[in-house]
Design a protein around this ligand. Sequence first.
Ligand SMILES: Cc1cc2nc3c(=O)[nH]c(=O)nc-3n(C[C@H](O)[C@H](O)[C@H](O)COP(=O)(O)OP(=O)(O)OC[C@H]3O[C@@H](n4cnc5c(N)ncnc54)[C@H](O)[C@@H]3O)c2cc1C
Length: 443
Amino acid sequence: MSKNIAIIGSGFLGLTLALRLSESGAKVTVYESAPEIGGLAGAWRIGDLIWDKHYHVTLLSDSFTRKVVEEIGLADEFEWVETKTGFYTDGKLVSMSNTLEFLKFPPLGFLSKFRLGGTIFYASRVKDWKALEKIPVEDWLTKLSGKRTFEKMWKPLLKAKLGEAYKQTSAAFIWATIQRMYAARNSGLKKEMFGYVRGGYARVLEKFGAHLREKGVEIQLNSRVLATELTESSEKTLKLTFSDSSVNSVAEFDSVILTCPANIAAKIVPQLTENEKAKLENVKYQGIVCASVLMKKSLSGFYVINITDETPFTGIIEMSALVDKKEFGGNALVYLPKYVAPDDELFEKTDAEIEEIFLSALEKMYPHFKREDVVNFKISRVRQVFPLPTLNYSENVPSVKTSLENVFIVNSAQITNGTLNVNETIQLAEKFLAAEFTENSEK
Ligand SMILES: Cc1cc2nc3c(=O)[nH]c(=O)nc-3n(C[C@H](O)[C@H](O)[C@H](O)COP(=O)(O)OP(=O)(O)OC[C@H]3O[C@@H](n4cnc5c(N)ncnc54)[C@H](O)[C@@H]3O)c2cc1C
């Protein structure tokens, strides 16, 4: 292959595409609007520490992620840890890390627990996820677990991730979530082992970037692509324009692959048909406001705490329950995520306002927590994290091929039977390449 290909976006999707296309002989340029590569899996500075902007773990079953990490030379740098899960419910924190603890779980009676366990087991065995896309998740879970368990357990958990949009979400969403958790337990050890690379995603991305550059890939940071159009002189050549005129504004390519969210892609390619644009703009996203809190003392020994009470954040992820505290200079690192709609008013609040709201809630939940122990507090805001898996979602997924020959749109909107995670993202890239860029299908 001797193609000249532009990739828009340097998340794991864009980076995996760049890796494989450069390996097959193409000349690849990656354009990234941010000053760093990595997208949602990127790293940032929290005080003296550089760690993931959003909490990330790898599961033993994440074969696609593990393969890429191996290819860039970091396979031996994985740490695998058995973690604990907690539930904060009715003002109390309880452990729910094994079957015995599940059986003792106070908020539900024996019959409810039996039905809840049955629901999870049943969902883990279902194969026909397409049939589940037609059923609202509330109806499916209520039928299987009962009304009380839905209200007490499922509804708060669904709202934690989806907000009020849970009402339009299909049962395929909870199916995919349960499938991923089962994959974690079923990978031979029957334990929930979570992994991270020593040094976090900062290290993975540094190595990944260096590996790509060695293969001849050009990575252009601070380069927001505004438009991708066919040039007037040729029906085959694509021209990119950038928001910053200092970036080479006459870059021309044989192929362009966009990996940004669907509605942004619709704006970048003005020559798409109205129908294509409508389909892309129709994808509804869920956003996130996620605080990283570096503190002197641990909150608890749980990696994840699911919250069924009303709190300003929708979960507590204590990264230092998984990652050796030495990585954090002896401190604890806690993430407080709040998943919200892209137009939620939380996006308009200042950092100081969000810090006040979140820390006040932590004080109420953990009497031993003291504000003086907070070393650093930093907030990430992303309006488009994952597409909402609405009813019959897979029937309305935008196509990777567009009406413009050699312009492709590949993004998480095309994940139809999985949750958003790096493994799914890499798999999406590999599937796209096999379908569109193998020798037989080459344009
Ligand atoms: C809070 C949170 C927790 C997560 N936890 C986990 C976890 O534990 N394990 C796991 O495996 N995964 C996890 N994930 C998911 C994981 O981060 C994603 O699967 C993955 O990062 C998606 O990569 P992507 O390339 O598809 O998208 P993105 O990372 O969003 O990349 C898209 C890139 O395109 C760039 N871009 C957009 N518009 C333009 C433009 N016009 N010009 C140039 N560049 C542009 C963006 O800046 C971005 O860098 C988590 C995500 C979040 C938010």
